[in-house]
Design a protein around this ligand. Structure first.
Ligand code: F6P
Length: 546
């Protein structure tokens, strides 16, 4: 397998990027009145406009050539058929199977694992119905009013992001809460107003070893038993989602209350499995299925569409272009839809835990920048906080703008104001305004020559800042499924192009291991392992500083 930097397309892109760095998007728009049509893709639930990027037909041609030389289509096939493309963990990557709505069986080692998925969905359905209809009873015979999902990372962000996004679709029959932080302040404040008799805990942990989750689960169990005075109550109030049944049982979860997960589903790609239970409990099972259907629709698009018209492929190529070739170091996610307020947090894990790596799948350091750091905030809030930086700092931050044609909460005047800003910002970031225009504008406003000289340089916006616009028809269970799957496949393609193992996360292990040792030291109040002087000094101050 050739290294990426020696591919003809890579070398051509490098050369081409030097020319493009001297181009301004204003010139590209002026030269081509069809640019929007040429560089946008319409999908059933959204439109992707990527014309406000520093690219030409030639750029796109070279990027697609790169995708071709990296055998993206072949790798796509390998993923969908279940080859072990998670090389370092020797696992298949099959989150797409969880939302495959076709009736085709999926045979692995002579076993139809699609049937396992279907039976897991059936179990979710009957559990969801029994809780929502009130037939699942707590220890004192009362129905369930509140769900507390205890989990972190992929066992938290996906379900929480989606329940937040779909709040308007909930009948509010069940209140859903999330606990992810091991800081006791969170679980204490979640539990404080709740009645243990009517609370059901979901302990979500693929490995069932994550210290933070186990600590919170233990506290929750003690809280329940302090009320029920009987450990038998646990089976009425605790269910688990895990691929480590043994640990879950050891922890005290009744075997029949355990929902399966499989090693071929990565934590950050798992909201489509029983990890999505809080979504189903909040919205009802039918709407959870719509989320799966939306994702399946995007899977079909990704699988069947030529690369040049393939939205996830284009997003991945643009990220590689902006970051690896044009030198951007971060990427902003800017939703103009309140429902998506957790999207950037979700995508931080999805993209950075997947591709934030610097060793190729051959085990060699890669000599190029891989993925940017992902950050963001609701667009309007960002405008009044950090957009100054986006418009005028020396660092170029490519940004994804995500908005909706129709609001889920249509209050008079609000949506137009919101969307006017949405459209204005990408135009401003792209066009900018030069000194000549600034001066003319100030003069037209009657400003003195002295004032104009002083202020004009500060009002210049260079523009030429790349953005993608994703215009959703409306946030709904189906469209949110499609949106998430769009980004999942983008991340996959990015990984293939950069030769990064997207489905492991070794980089989280070192800190975890050290924390375990330090935890023992804090417990025994003795520093017994070797630390650098800073860490040792800090631990010592922590132990004796009050
Ligand atoms: O520490 C990172 C991580 O392993 C994530 O990849 C994962 O989503 C999260 O922790 C939670 O893991 P688990 O579901 O096994 O508790």
């Amino acid at each position: 397998m050739t290294s990426r930097e020696s591919l003809p397309s890579w070398l051509q892109l490098q050369k081409h990027s030097e020319t493009m760095k001297n181009q301004h998007m204003n010139t590209l728009f002026a030269a081509d009145s069809n640019r929007f049509n040429d560089f946008s893709i319409k999908l059933p639930s959204m439109l992707l406009d990527y014309s406000k990027n520093l690219l030409t037909d030639e750029t796109l041609h070279l990027l697609l050539k790169l995708a071709d030389e990296c055998e993206v289509e072949l790798w796509r096939e390998k993923m969908f058929v279940g080859e072990h493309i998670n090389k370092t963990e020797d696992r298949a990557v099959l989150h797409t199977l969880l939302r495959d709505r076709s009736s085709t069986p999926f045979i692995v080692d002579g076993k139809n694992i699609k049937a396992d998925v279907q039976s897991a969905l059936k179990k979710m359905e009957s559990f969801t119905e029994s809780v929502r209809q009130g037939s699942w009873r707590g220890y004192s015979g009362k129905g369930i009013t509140d769900i507390v999902n205890i989990g972190v990372g992929g066992s938290n962000l996906g379900p929480q992001m989606v329940t937040e996004a779909l709040k308007q679709y909930s009948d509010n029959r069940i209140n859903v809460h999330y606990v992810s932080n091991v800081d006791g302040t969170q679980i204490a404040s979640v539990l404080r107003p709740l009645n243990p008799e009517t609370v059901l805990f979901i302990i979500s942990s693929k490995t069932f070893t994550t210290t933070e989750t186990m600590t919170n689960a233990q506290t929750a169990m003690e809280w329940l038993v302090a009320s029920s005075f009987d450990e038998k109550a646990i089976s009425d109030h605790f269910v688990a989602v895990s691929s480590n049944k043994e640990n879950a049982i050891k922890f005290g979860i009744a075997p029949e209350n355990i929902f399966d997960m499989w090693d071929w589903v990565g934590g950050r790609f798992s909201l489509w499995s029983a990890i999505g239970l809080p979504i189903a409990l909040d919205l009802g099972f039918e709407q959870f299925i719509e989320v799966l259907e939306g994702a399946f629709e995007m899977d079909c698009h990704f699988k069947q569409t030529a690369l040049k018209d393939n939205a996830p492929v284009i997003l991945a190529l643009l990220s590689v272009w902006n970051c690896t070739f044009l030198g951007a170091q971060s990427q902003a996610i800017l939703p103009y839809d309140q429902t998506l307020h957790m999207l950037s947090a979700y995508l931080q894990q999805a993209e950075m835990e997947s591709n934030g790596k610097s060793v190729s799948w051959h085990g060699k350091e890669v000599p190029y920048a891989t993925v940017p750091s992902i950050w963001g905030e609701l667009g309007i809030n960002g405008q009044h906080a950090f957009y100054q930086y986006l418009h005028q700092s020396n660092n170029i931050v490519p940004a994804d703008f995500i908005g909706s044609i129709k609001s889920v909460t249509p209050l008079k005047g609000h949506h137009e104001t919101l969307m006017a800003n949405f459209f204005a910002q990408t135009q401003a970031l792209m066009e900018g305004v030069n000194e000549e225009q600034v001066r003319a504008d100030l003069k037209a406003k009657g400003r003195t020559a002295e004032y104009i000289d002083k202020v004009a340089p500060h009002k210049v916006h260079k523009g030429n800042r790349p953005t993608n616009t994703i215009l959703m028809k409306q946030i709904s269970p189906k469209s949110i499924g499609s949106l998430i799957a769009l980004y999942e496949h983008k991340i996959f393609v990015q990984g293939i192009i950069l030769q990064i193992c997207s489905f492991d996360q070794w980089g989280v292990e070192l800190g975890k291991g050290l924390a375990n040792k330090i935890q023992q030291e804090l417990k025994s109040k003795t520093i017994s392992t070797k630390h650098d002087s800073s860490t040792r000094g800090l631990i010592d101050f922590y132990m004796n500083g009050l």
